[in-house]
Design a protein around this ligand. Structure first.
Ligand code: PMP
Length: 457
């Protein structure tokens, strides 16, 4: 393919509608257009290199251009790129399902394939509602979600995590589901402190579940809230949720699209609380960040409620054309093999500990309100006044100021509102992580004057 950087820039402006992007703001910037990548870095069309400080939106595992995964995809291409798994099988997806059976909690035994995190969530919601309907209980049609959680941008996923800021045109179209306060310790809904609070916030959730138990099919939760600002659930909260779900006969859905496959220093974030969900949503890192593939994993008890002949009409009638794509499945197998052979989960745990002092030290900076870390999932919350925990107004786009500075210093970040998110590729070495955290600190330091100037303006 022949093109010049200028042509690509122009064609990008002329034809591409970027996801989750206010296009006027985008057009006012010098666009960043990536041409290649190697290890933990990306190269743009002008030849500039950047650290991939957000793992290409939280999915990269071993870095870019990884020979083992490249080779696996090339080998697969020699055989076939895609054939459907609706009513028939394929080899890579079978091998992947078997592998997943080994790395997920032992009670999880069945793996349903789709192509994005949002579709993994849609499937989970439908599985949960139909699980009860198949048993003759058609009242259980509601899902309890948590405030400020995020589950994807399709209608069902939005419905369990509606956000008036982004979803305002759809609010009236979405089915109504109940919500409980997420255990956000920085902004505790009860103004208490962990651990003295003894998880009083879980009592609020219990009330919500008890109130709605007749109509609740499931509870859905992010074990560490991602897009809502990197907020880990306090220890013990998830196990309490599990117990409540058992007590009130409600299914437990863990959305591990962002946290799964090692991101938090365990294979699954639910392991921090030794919890087994009924349904586990997996996406992003499952293919190492190579190809779109996602999984809704379920226990045998769930699967058995759908096990039937056509005449019984209890099957899960859901499927995407590219479900179980061979190239994606083959990449995922290579990714999981590499996680095992490089002992990557232990590496993430070690690296998280290695950079923790530098991350914690960011608290000393004037506009840093809070710093949160779970494994290599890190959020730095900017605050207009850290003492009173006052946020910068959304319109200030405080995080974007830091993003721009970091880019000029050679690292790509993608903030969400006031939270600067730092999610390096999981295989990053200690030296690479030190270089990245130095850029993060440098950007926050340099950003101070801009934040204060704009403050005065
Ligand atoms: N759930 C969570 C927890 C996520 O973080 C995301 C994506 N950021 C999704 C679901 C949706 O995944 P996708 O963008 O692949 O649809």
């Amino acid at each position: 393919m022949d093109y010049t950087p200028e042509q690509i820039r122009q064609w990008d402006r002329d034809y591409v509608w970027h996801p989750f992007t206010p296009m006027k703001d985008y057009d006012e910037q010098d666009p960043l257009i990536i041409e290649s990548g190697d290890g933990v870095r990306l190269k743009d069309i002008d030849g500039n290199w950047y650290y991939d400080g957000v793992s290409s939106v939280w999915l990269n595992v071993h870095g870019h251009h990884v020979s083992e995964i490249n080779q696996a995809i090339q080998d697969q291409l020699q055989k076939i790129a895609h054939s459907t798994i609706l009513g028939q099988g394929n080899v890579p997806v079978t091998l992947l399902a078997r592998k997943l059976n080994n790395v997920t909690p032992s009670a999880i035994t069945r793996f349903f394939f789709s192509d994005s995190g949002a579709s993994a969530v849609e499937v989970a919601l439908k599985m949960a509602i139909q699980f009860w309907a198949n048993q003759g209980n058609s009242r259980k049609t509601r899902i309890l979600g948590f405030t400020t959680n995020y589950h994807g941008d399709t209608m069902g996923a939005m419905a369990v995590a509606p956000d008036p800021l982004f979803h305002w045109p759809f609010m009236a179209s979405l089915p109504q589901h109940p919500r409980a306060p997420y255990p956000d310790c920085y902004r505790c809904p009860l103004n208490l402190r962990y651990p003295e609070c003894r998880l009083a916030c879980a009592d609020l959730v219990e009330e919500a579940i008890r109130d709605k138990q007749e109509v609740l099919a499931a509870v859905i939760i992010e074990p560490v809230q991602g897009a809502g600002g990197i907020i880990p659930t306090p220890p013990g909260f998830l196990s309490r949720m599990r117990a409540l779900c058992d007590e009130y006969q409600v299914l437990f859905i863990a959305d591990e699209v962002a946290t799964g496959v090692g991101r938090t220093g365990k294979y699954w974030a639910i392991e921090h609380d030794e919890v087994t969900p009924d349904i586990l949503c997996i996406g992003k890192g499952i293919t190492g960040g190579y190809l779109p593939l996602s999984v809704t994993a379920a226990t045998e008890a769930i699967y058995q409620q759908f096990y039937c002949a056509a005449k019984d009409r209890k099957a899960l009638y859901h499927g995407h054309s590219y479900a179980g794509n061979q190239l994606g499945a083959r990449a995922a197998v290579a990714n999981l093999d590499l996680i095992e052979s490089t002992q990557l989960i232990t590496h993430v745990e070690e690296m998280a500990r290695t950079i923790e002092p530098e991350i914690e030290a960011l608290r000393d900076l004037p506009y840093v309100g809070d710093v949160r870390q779970k494994g290599l999932m890190i959020g730095v919350e900017l605050s207009k006044d850290p003492k009173t925990r006052t946020p910068f107004p959304y319109a200030r786009q405080a995080g974007r100021i830091i993003q721009e500075i970091a880019r000029a210093k050679g690292m790509i970040l993608r903030p969400i509102g006031n939270v600067v998110i730092f999610m390096p590729p999981l295989a990053s070495t200690a030296d690479e992580l030190r270089a990245m955290t130095a850029i993060l600190r440098g950007s926050l330091e340099e950003g101070q004057s801009r934040l204060s100037q704009e403050e005065e303006a």
